[in-house]
Structures are given as C-alpha cells and as structure tokens.
Design a protein around this ligand. Structure first.
Ligand code: SAH
Length: 219
C-alpha cells in the first residue's frame, strides 16, 4: 500500500517558487522555512489564485500589492531576526510579509492605514493561529511610540527619506529595512543599522514599492 501523500500541482509550484527565491539570493534556511510554512494563496485575491506561487507581485485591492516573494525573502533575510526580537512592520497589506516575520521573531507589531486590508489580514492571522502578531489601524510613518524600542523595523511602503521618528524607535544595534524614493524613479532598498552615535546605511539595490501615504483612510 502506498502511504505517501501524493505530490499535488500546488506542492510542485510551491517548491519551484522556494527554489526561485533561493536562487534570487535568499540563502538563510530559517527564512526559506518560514516562507515555506506560510501559504501565499491565502493572502492573494480569488482572481489571482493560480498565480499565487509565481515569483511576482500581485494586486490585493485598494491599489496595493503583495510583494514579489524574492523581495519578501531578501528583506526578511536582511533583518537578521531571532526569536527574542520585538519587530515592527509598517504596511500590513495582505499580511503575507507579517506572517513570515512572525515565524522568526518573538512579537510582531504591524500597522496599516486601510481598514478593509487590516481586517482581512487580521482574519488570516487568526486562521493561521499567529498569536504573536498585533495589528493596528494607524499611520505607520509615526511608528508606535508606546511599544518602542524595536529590535527590527521593516517598511513595505516607500518613504521619500529615512523617517527620523522611526530611527528614534529603533534599539541601539537594531536594523531597519525600507524602500526609499519615488516608485517611478530610482527607488532603493536601504538597510540601516543604528549605532551608539548615529546610523550606518547600506544600499541593497533597486526596488518598486507603493508610496508610504500620510494619515488613515476612513472606514
Ligand atoms: N507587506 C504587505 C505589502 C504591502 S503594500 C504584504 O505583505 O502584503 C504597502 C502597504 O502599506 C499598503 O497596504 C498600504 O496601504 C500601506 N501603507 C502605506 N502608507 C502607510 C502608512 N503611512 N501607515 C501604514 N500603512 C501604510
């Protein structure tokens, strides 16, 4: 009797995606395992289900997108996380990036300015029983003072410049990864490390993210 679970088309598609993410430069096995454990189809609208294992960004409504998996992997890897860390993500969107981060840290705080996106993401966190995620409707460009300092901060919407309030909310030795610049010009992924007497930055390459917008959308 064959007791092995049959390999489905979606298993194959998922294995191919993880391989592409690895080939794209994500070599950290803990990051790859976290990505493997989070089902991307759950975060993608019905109309794009069959593309959910493709290494592409996809629309999630409200003119927003869930990032390309390889970019999610590279940004997660750049944060150099461990399970003792308190992490802030700005731009919950579908919740996909947040779900992956939550697997690699102690506590994840995530902020979103669109009420329906936040509600849908929260339902997904509940479904996956990601109990270490706290999501809130707020303008994330101000950060989350009450919960600071954070060991790590990730922005998934592009800032025009490195937001000083967010650097203030980062612990010494902490890392922030964020896209900086306009989406239709030279937008760069930046890794900032906070030091005793300032911060060091590293350019991780060109990216395309939606802009960080001010305020919160009405319900
Ligand atoms: N991390 C998301 C991708 C998000 S796209 C995912 O994995 O699906 C960027 C998100 O940032 C959008 O949902 C957008 O509404 C949100 N956003 C933009 N400006 C913001 C702000 N000031 N505060 C909080 N969220 C913001």
């Amino acid at each position: 009797m064959n007791t092995e679970t049959p390999i489905s088309d979606s298993d194959t598609a998922k294995a191919r995606l993880i391989l592409e993410v690895r080939q794209g430069g994500v070599t950290d096995d803990t990051v790859l395992r976290a990505m493997e454990s989070i089902p991307r189809p759950l975060f993608v609208p019905q109309a794009f289900q069959e593309r959910s294992f493709e290494n592409v960004a996809l629309p999630i409504g409200r003119h927003q997108t869930v990032s390309q998996p390889v970019v999610v992997g590279l940004m997660t890897q750049a944060l150099d996380l461990n399970d003792r860390m308190k992490v802030l993500e700005i731009g919950t969107g579908s919740g996909y990036q947040a779900a992956i981060l939550s697997k690699l840290c102690r506590r994840l705080y995530t902020m979103e300015r669109h009420p329906p996106l936040l509600e849908e993401a929260e339902a997904r966190f509940r479904e996956l029983r990601l109990t270490n995620v706290t999501a809130v409707l707020a303008d994330g460009s101000m950060g989350w003072k009450e919960q600071a300092p954070f060991d790590r901060i990730m922005l998934t919407a592009a800032a025009l410049d490195i937001p000083a309030q967010l650097v203030d909310q980062l612990a010494i030795g902490g890392i922030m990864v964020l896209p900086v610049g306009l989406d239709d010009s030279d937008q760069r992924l930046v890794k900032l490390t906070k030091t005793e007497d300032g911060a060091e930055t590293e350019d991780l390459g060109g990216v395309r993210f939606v802009p960080l917008l001010p305020g919160v959308e009405p319900e």
